[in-house]
Design a protein around this ligand. Sequence first.
Ligand SMILES: Cc1ncc(COP(=O)(O)O)c(C=O)c1O
Length: 383
Amino acid sequence: MDPRPAALRALSMPRSAIREIMVLAASRPDVVHLEVGEPDFGTPDHIVARAVAALREGWTRYTPNPGILPLRERIAARFAARLGRAIAVDRVVATTGAVGALYTAVNLVADVGDEVLIPDPGWPNYHSMVHLAGAVPVHYAQPAAIGYLPDPDRIAHQITPRTKAILYNTPGNPTGVVFPREIVAALAGLAEKHGLYLIADEVYEDIVFEGAHVSAASFGLDDRVFVVSGASKSYAMTGWRVGFLLCPPALGPLAAILQEPVTSHTAAVSQVAAEAALAGPQDCVAAARETFRRRRDIVLDILGNTGLLAAPPSGAFYSLVGIGDRPADSMAFAKALLIEKGVATVPGSTFGPSAARTVRIAFTTDDRSLRTGLERLRDQVLG
Ligand SMILES: Cc1ncc(COP(=O)(O)O)c(C=O)c1O
C-alpha cells in the first residue's frame, strides 16, 4: 500500500535505462541503432496529406474526450472486423497513444493497494503506471526456458484477494513472442474464474510473422476485458499519439471521463489522421510487416545458430539476445558494446529481473546497418 501523492510516487519510479543508452548513443558518431522502439520510416503520405488538409479545415480545437465520433466508429469497426462480431461504439475510446489506453485501463480497475499482475520480462511502463496509480505491480514470469510465454498455472498461484487485473502483451516487447491461442484462452479463463480484469496490450497486433494474433476479446468475457491497440506501430504514427481502447460495456463512458483531467483527448489533427489511416488503403500495414519480416530473417540468419536467442521473434520488431556468462551485467555490457563496437542496444534488466542476462535489439534500422550491428553484437558476446 503506497498512500503517497502521485508526484512522490513518481520520484521512486524505476527509471528506464533506455534513455540512458540513448543519451550515450547520441554523443557518439556512427552508431548502429538497435535500441529504438519505433518504425524507422515515415507515416504514409496519404495520412499526412489528410492531416495537412484537416489543419486548414480548422481541426485545431477541442474535441469530445473519447474522441471524434467518426474515428471511434472506425476503431469500433476495426475491432468488429477482427473479432467477427459487432462492437458498440460507446465501448471505444481514442486515447493519447496506446500508453494512454493502458494508463486509463489500469486506473479504471486498480485502487491504491490493489495488485496488478505484470509480465517479467515486459515493457517497463507497466510497472511505472501501476506504481503511479498507487497499486502494487506483481511480476509473473515469462521464462526464457519456455519461450518467454507465461504459465497460467503458475500465475493462478500468484492471485490474492487484492489482485484486480492481469496485464499481458502479445506480440511482445521485448521478446517478439506471439502467444498461441491456448495461452490467451487460459489467461481469459483465469480472469473469469477469479473475477479479474484482463488488460491485453495488443499494440503490435499487425506485426506478426508466424502464427496468428489472438485477441483477448475473442473469448466473450466482454465485462472483464480491456483491449489496447493504436496507430503508432501499425501506421508508423508514434509521434501522433493515438491509441485505441476497447472497454467493458459498463466502463466505456467512465474511461472517457477519466481522460478529462489527464489529457482530455488526443490532438484533433491526430484523430483525423488516424481516421484516415483506418479508412484508407491498408497496403502500408502489409508493406511494413514485410519489411520487419525481412529484418527478422536477418536476425535469425546471424544469431539463429548461436544459442543467443532463447526464442526466435515471431512478431513485433524486438528480440532478447543473451550476453553469455561474462561478469558484466546487462547495463555494463550494453555500454561496453556501444563504446567499443558502436552498437546501441537496451540492457535487458530494464524489462525485469529475468532479462538481466540479455540485451534487447529492435530491428528498426536498414538491413545493412542491422547486419553490421548484429555481427558486432554476436562477436562481442562470443568473441
Ligand atoms: C508493448 C508496448 N505497449 C504500448 C506502447 C505504447 O505505444 P504508444 O506509442 O502508442 O503509446 C509501446 C511503445 O513502445 C509498447 O512497446
